[in-house]
Design a protein around this ligand. Structure first.
Ligand SMILES: Cc1ncc(COP(=O)(O)O)c(C=O)c1O
Length: 355
């Protein structure tokens, strides 16, 4: 039996999107691919309301986290660490031989603009990394306020991980002044894993031109040049996944972005109300994620046992991430899931736990 995925990625992919992958292949140097790929890029720009350069890389999101560092930072970068993925970005920057400093808060807390500004006043940073939706803790970073504050530091680029939020949570890339916004296909896009989307500002592209050691595979400058000349990707892309992406973008357009955001908000409110009544939220109040709820296991339930019972009924939720494995559990409400599917999940959890 298929277990419906209420985990924070991969998320459920609707059958018609899965089916879209089953078409015969085309060559990535054929006109048909140019048409497919340029169509995808235009649709992404329209849906995300951005004029920035948009690229789809055949890779998971982590590749773009690394690429953002390698393309946009010569030396000094400030990394916001409030959970596992913020920490991953910090470590990536170190592995890329950059001088990375971290702002660290306890897991479950949000990093506020004042904390970043304090660091920026003391030292000049080329870029700041922010995980907009920390999947390990269910915390939404105040990206609007961080973006507004950073307008006073025009030489500092804003690099943002929206892996578990873009297409589910409303993020105004232009208004927030995001220079690199990156995401993966297997989360709120509701697609199979394998594609990463990057939205890159002119300022970031200009900066990249002066940075050495950008590498080849995810070199923003090379990818943009190739796209401008040919409307294609420099290396062989996952063409079948592009079919699915193209189909899904049409479906998202049909739903309407505002409706999509509202659906995510309603699902989040429902799960969070339930969690507050029966357990407690892990996220700092006021900073709850719109796409994934991290629940404090205040009843000391055995999450593995709950998931086993849920599995028999055709559902899967997620345990806590890393060091929070026993302390928390997570319910994702992102992608194409509906409120009634969430209600059904919660009803089943209530039955199993006798709530
Ligand atoms: C916030 C966040 N950033 C980055 C990643 C890594 O993405 P990927 O597994 O697509 O490389 C994840 C994956 O769960 C994530 O949730």
């Amino acid at each position: 039996m298929h277990k419906k995925l209420f985990i924070p990625g991969p998320t459920e992919v609707r059958q018609e999107v899965l089916d879209a992958q089953a078409k015969p292949l085309i060559g990535h140097r054929m006109g048909a691919f140019t048409e497919l790929y340029t169509g995808i890029i235009n649709k992404l720009k329209e849906l995300l309301k951005t004029d920035n350069f948009v690229m789809v890389l055949t890779a998971s999101g982590t590749a773009l986290m690394e690429a953002a560092i390698r393309n946009c930072v010569k030396k000094d970068v400030l990394c916001c660490v409030s959970g596992a993925f913020g920490d991953r970005w910090y470590k990536i920057a170190q592995k890329c031989d950059k001088n990375a400093d971290a702002i660290t808060v306890d897991w479950g807390r949000a990093i506020k603009p004042e904390m970043i500004e304090e660091k920026l006043k003391a030292k000049k940073y080329e870029a700041v990394t922010v995980v907009q939706n920390e999947t390990s803790t269910g915390v939404r970073a105040p990206i609007e306020e961080i973006g507004a504050m950073l307008k006073n530091y025009p030489d500092t680029l804003l690099l943002v991980d929206t892996v578990s939020s873009l297409m589910g949570d409303k993020i105004d890339i232009t208004e927030c002044g995001i220079d690199v916004c990156l995401t993966s296909s297997q989360k709120a896009f509701a697609l199979p894993p394998g594609l990463a989307v990057g939205i890159i500002s002119n300022q970031a592209l200009e900066k990249a031109k002066g940075v050495t050691g950008r590498g080849h595979y995810a070199d923003f400058v090379g990818i943009k040049d190739y796209f401008d000349k040919k409307g294609q990707t420099p290396t062989t892309p996952a063409i079948t996944l592009m079919y699915a992406l193209d189909k899904q973008l049409d479906r998202i357009k049909q739903e309407g972005m505002e409706n999509r955001y509202q659906r995510h908000l309603k699902m989040a409110q429902y799960v969070q109300e339930w969690a507050k009544k029966n357990f407690a939220l892990f996220a700092e109040p006021g900073y709850e994620s719109v796409t994934v709820t991290c629940i404090k296991n205040t009843r000391n339930i055995k999450v593995a046992d709950l998931n086993k019972e849920l599995g028999k009924r055709g559902f899967a939720i997620s345990n806590g991430y890393g060091k929070l494995k026993e302390e928390t559990f997570r319910i994702a409400h992102m992608g194409d899931l509906t409120l009634s599917e969430i209600e059904e999940l919660i009803k089943n959890i209530d039955e199993i736990l006798g709530l």
